[in-house]
Design a protein around this ligand. Structure first.
Ligand SMILES: [Zn+2]
Ligand SMILES: [Zn+2]
Length: 599
């Protein structure tokens, strides 16, 4: 049963039979017990539990260690002597590093899981699901106020289905936010007290040129690099993956990386961020036999991984199945210490990946007729990869990268896509969003929040997550903003509109009619804003509508330049640093003035 809370839709679970009064009008007879040898995150979990219960009720529950006698009313955190005295069976192996149980045993509450992060995740889950706390963004939380806290009968066990969960948004890099929302993101500032994270090496992706730099080797050894149409190329090149020297140099450098970054567990050996795979005779022979350029890639990555495993059996080698290597090979199989990161960059994101085979702008225009004819859907490629590896991650895309602050109505596909991936044995998901410094792109914080919920629990109620966020974040202005979100989503669904991540701001779903209604809804939201702070949040949420209006305004509109300048000044004022990936605001401002909307 879910008790509706007045201040926030959703609320908290209550299934109470016996009364366990944790807090009763300013008093408590309870204490929090943590092991003397508890892990850093378990100790931090005790402090966080104490902190948030105090924020809810004003009551500070003492934290004690397990050397003291077991007493009547205790919250027992982690595996310690008090837990052992209770004599309950906990399957620690099954819980792993991140799983936990939350369980009432008479007048005790047990929250215990993996020492690394399990117990601390259990504490946040208790605060969230049973006491009603929500950590919406790094700066905005909803913590209910209650004079009485009862602990209901609880028998909960949660083990994440995904070993890697990363919503890649600027705000989500906050360590406290990430751990409270159970993300183990490589980019989040997750410290020891948070239970650390899944750590990629700092050379996160596109590492060919870092492993064998073209600047260092091309002049003396052009044969190390891609042969394209009979010539070795130095511009936008890849590596010749069948060259023995390339293998030796890359392996040597990778060993240095591992030595220099001992706490990282995943190291990337992956293609540069463009095309031009090597077509030399040896490479071509492998790729033709394998039916994909992923043939030479895996041949190379497997050899590296085999050598690395001898000295570093706990490290993983990660590579991309991206663009020209997206299609899996026919015969070669990834070694067990190889992670395949499959990327959905070309896809449509207004339809679930399983249901739409559209190739989005600008990829379609860059492909030859033959490539288009042979195009296999992302869903099919994913399905095929899932059959040949147990270590499949997905690099998914969840915002518009050519226009970070353009409306991107994709909330309805997030869940079906994540579920589809999980059904196909995907173990990690990187959801690339607006990671630019400052954040605040189109609903960036809302997106990070909803994604965090889904990555932990793919069955999470998305509508509830959106509503809870909007209510906590926009207060009285939440309702018109929800209508605005619904209106855009209804438009793309009803009219079957495709949507890619580099679309210009002239898509059909941004019709005059929709834009007019959007303005009205934001007028209403601004009028309803509870205070200046919330009004500012509403205005930031409105920027995408203004962005579309300015971007599509006829060039000869009087005062157009001034309007664009004012708009970009506003972006700077609120801390937005990019409206397009890796491009500064000045350059984007100039492009908009000149009416350049496309890549
Ligand atoms: Zn080659
Ligand atoms: Zn589509």
């Amino acid at each position: 049963m879910l008790v509706k809370n007045e201040a926030i839709k959703g609320g908290y679970k209550v299934v109470s039979k016996d009364k366990r009064l944790l807090v009763d009008n300013g008093c408590t007879s309870w204490r929090i017990v943590v092991g003397r040898d508890a892990s850093p995150s378990e100790k931090h979990a005790a402090d966080e539990l104490q902190h948030f219960i105090k924020e809810i009720s004003g009551v500070c529950i003492p934290v004690v260690d397990d050397a003291c006698q077991i007493e009547e009313n205790e919250i027992i955190l982690g595996n310690n002597s008090h837990l052992q005295q209770l004599g309950i069976d906990v399957d620690w192996a099954k819980l792993g590093d991140e799983g936990f149980i939350i369980k009432t045993v008479e007048n005790k509450l047990v929250i215990a899981g993996g020492r690394l992060r399990g117990t601390i995740y259990g504490v946040y889950t208790f605060l969230e699901e049973y006491l009603g706390c929500r950590w919406l963004s790094s700066k905005v939380s909803y913590i209910p106020k209650r004079k009485v806290i009862e602990i209901p009968d609880i028998d909960d066990e949660q083990i994440p289905v995904l070993e890697y969960r990363e919503p890649y948004y600027f705000d989500a890099f906050d360590g406290d936010w990430a751990v409270r929302n159970k993300c183990n993101s490589s980019f989040a500032r997750l410290e020891e007290k948070h239970g650390k994270k899944l750590k990629y090496s700092r050379y996160f992706v596109h590492t060919f040129n870092k492993l064998v730099p073209v600047e260092e080797y091309f002049d003396t050894h052009p044969e190390y690099f891609s042969e394209v149409d009979g010539k070795r190329i130095s511009e936008r090149t890849q590596l010749c993956l069948t060259n023995e020297d390339v293998f030796r140099i890359a392996l040597e450098r990778l060993r240095e990386w591992i030595e220099n970054e001992p706490d990282a567990t995943i190291f990337s050996v992956s293609q540069n961020d463009w095309y031009n795979p090597c077509q030399c005779e040896k490479c071509r022979e492998i790729d033709e036999r394998e039916g994909s350029h992923s043939g030479t890639l895996l041949y190379f990555v497997n050899r590296i991984a085999e050598e690395i495993e001898k000295d570093y059996p706990d490290k993983y080698i990660d590579t991309l199945a991206y663009q020209y290597t997206r299609k899996p090979p026919k015969y070669v199989r990834p070694r067990k210490n190889v992670i395949i990161r499959l990327c959905s960059i070309e896809c449509c994101f207004s339809h679930p990946l399983e249901e739409c085979n559209a190739i989005s702008y600008p990829f379609y225009y860059r492909m030859s007729r033959k490539e288009i004819e042979n195009y296999t859907s992302f869903a099919q490629d994913l399905h095929e990869w899932s059959k040949i590896t147990d270590r499949l991650y997905v690099w998914d895309y969840v915002t518009n990268f050519a226009n970070y602050i353009m409306p991107f109505p994709n909330f309805h596909v997030l869940q079906p896509n994540i579920k589809f991936m999980i059904r196909n044995n995907v173990k990690g998901i990187f959801e690339e969003g607006n990671y630019a410094k400052g954040g605040k792109g189109e609903f960036a914080e809302l997106r990070a929040y909803v994604l965090a919920k889904l990555l932990w629990n793919p069955d999470y109620d998305v509508d509830l997550a959106i509503d809870e966020f909007l209510t906590g974040y926009y207060g009285n202005a939440a309702a018109p903003i929800r209508r605005y979100i619904d209106m855009l989503h209804k438009k793309v669904v009803d009219e079957n509109i495709h949507m890619g991540i580099y679309d210009p701001p002239v898509n059909r779903y941004l019709s005059k009619d929709i834009m007019k209604k959007a303005e009205e809804l934001f007028d209403r939201a601004e009028a309803l804003a509870d205070n200046e702070e919330i009004l500012e949040r509403v205005r930031i949420a409105r920027l995408p509508i203004e962005y579309v209006r300015l971007a599509t305004m006829p060039l000869d509109t009087p005062g157009r330049d001034k309007m664009i300048e004012d708009f970009f000044a506003k972006l700077t004022e609120v801390g937005i640093t990019e409206v397009r990936e890796a491009r500064n605001l000045k350059t984007s401002e100039q492009a908009m003035k000149e009416g350049r909307l496309y890549l």
